[in-house]
Design a protein around this ligand. Structure first.
Ligand code: AMP
Ligand code: MG
Length: 418
């Protein structure tokens, strides 16, 4: 059996980075910057008002108080977007709106709240220091400043600053496109009627959701029957447009019923193995699209030709598939975008109840983690088909390969689920 680390290392080593693209900003959410983003403009771009009020010379209002207001003539009104040039002459003022270009000569803005809001003249009841309510050009970023380093995943604020600096497109690696294919003669579409002997397909919905949560665009392929020819054809077709494929089912030890294994083994580019973990021991990983077929891989997508698509053949039991996603697929997804592949660091917690674990396998026990008390409670129902207990879990307790039991009170590693 292969260790979890050795299997993960093999996967990461096989991943080829997605090509950088010039993505329109409204399609860049979740993409990862391929180059440093530098601003060639100052932010803000020009001196402007931070408030609605009156642009003045600070010296002219130095003596203003409630008892002795200073009254100034108002020469003009300047709103945001007005590109004409205005000036504040000594002893005078210009009414100004938030975001409007600061008139020449002005060195302070008096908020409208400190005035009588006058039109011809304005009565000012408080003095202001030079620079009051003024946003200086370059006060946020100067031309040539690094806004975001290469390798940054673009979220809302990052997209915002790129737009603010005038970038219409961004050179980045898009969200990986993931296709999920469920296999099994027993599968029925949720929402359709069921007869005994069949089950509703949960894995493709679960894995597509997990992929989206991990920052991918995910699509569910139509469910496939246990027919190796149909499975191979679907996988090769899906590989032409996806950056990563996941199948579920058909990889355990059941001989001719293991349809995914049967379909892919002869290609020679996907390897099936046992990984020393529970749940999730039967795993398969490889590449589809170069050696096996022509026209597949990322070339169809505009990427460099001949890059094969990574495929994960996940076990059919839902909890096994879920844990496999967290341990192996998610790091691979990160690696596709050039992000560090290491999974989130576990926390430590005190076990509330005794547990047992198989010898020689790392086990992942569904649990509820209490951050306040630093304790973790294993859930009842730890079999790999028990998705109801998975749905109640907020974390996985990690038990090392050599440990077969632990009493309550012991300290364990806990992986929080997103
Ligand atoms: P397999 O890996 O195909 O031998 O399947 C192992 C177990 O997982 C069986 O009990 C299957 O019925 C179940 N299973 C397989 N695929 C799915 C699926 N898409 N959704 C829910 N359970 C599944
Ligand atoms: Mg099956």
């Amino acid at each position: 059996m292969q260790s979890v680390e050795s299997y993960l290392n093999e996967i990461i080593a096989a991943i080829t980075l997605l090509p950088p693209e010039d993505l329109p900003l409204d399609q860049a959410d979740g993409a990862v910057l391929a180059v440093d983003a530098v601003t060639s403009w100052p932010l803000p771009g020009f001196d402007n008002s931070a408030m609605d009020g009156y642009a003045v010379r600070a010296a002219d209002v130095a003596g203003a108080t409630e008892e002795h207001p200073v009254t100034l003539p108002v020469d003009a009104e300047v709103a945001a977007g007005d590109t004409a040039s205005y000036a504040v002459k000594p002893g005078r003022s210009v009414k100004i709106m938030t975001g409007a270009l600061l008139p020449d000569g002005a060195d302070a803005v008096i908020p409208v709240e400190w005035t009588d809001d006058g039109r011809e003249t304005v009565s000012i009841t408080r003095a202001a220091a030079a620079g009051n309510a003024i946003r200086r050009a370059g006060g946020d970023a100067k031309p040539g400043d690094l806004l975001l380093p290469a390798g940054t995943r673009l979220g809302a604020a990052q997209i915002g600053v790129l737009a603010a600096a005038g970038h219409g497109t961004v050179r980045a690696r898009r969200r990986p496109r993931v296709t999920v294919i469920s296999t099994g003669n027993e599968l029925a579409e949720p929402g359709s009627p069921l007869v005994p002997g069949r089950i509703w397909d949960s894995n493709s919905y679960m894995l597509a959701a997990a992929a989206r949560q991990a920052g991918c665009e995910a699509t569910r392929h139509a469910m496939l029957p246990d027919d190796p020819k149909a499975v191979l054809a679907a996988i090769e077709q899906a590989a032409a447009t996806a950056d990563l494929l996941m199948t579920s089912g058909g990889v355990s030890m059941g001989g001719e019923h293991d349809v995914v294994k049967a379909a892919l083994t002869k290609l020679g580019t996907v390897t099936f193995r046992k990984v020393a973990m529970q749940p999730g021991m039967p795993q398969g990983f490889g590449l589809i699209g170069t050696a096996s077929t022509s026209g597949a891989g990322r070339a169809a997508d505009g990427g460099p030709p001949g890059i094969a698509t990574p495929i994960f053949t996940l076990p059919g039991n839902p909890v096994s598939a879920f844990v496999s996603f967290r341990l192996f697929v998610e790091p691979a997804v990160r690696a596709l975008q050039g992000l560090r592949a290491e999974p989130a660091l576990p926390r430590t917690a005190r076990l509330v109840a005794a547990i047992t674990s198989p010898d020689g396998k790392r086990s992942f026990l569904r649990a509820n983690f209490d951050r306040v008390t630093g304790s973790v409670t294993p859930l009842t129902g730890q079999n790999s088909h028990q998705i109801a207990s998975l749905a109640r879990a907020d974390s996985l307790i990690i038990i090392p390969e050599s440990v077969t039991s632990l009493p309550a009170g012991q300290t364990v590693d806990v992986l929080e689920l997103p």
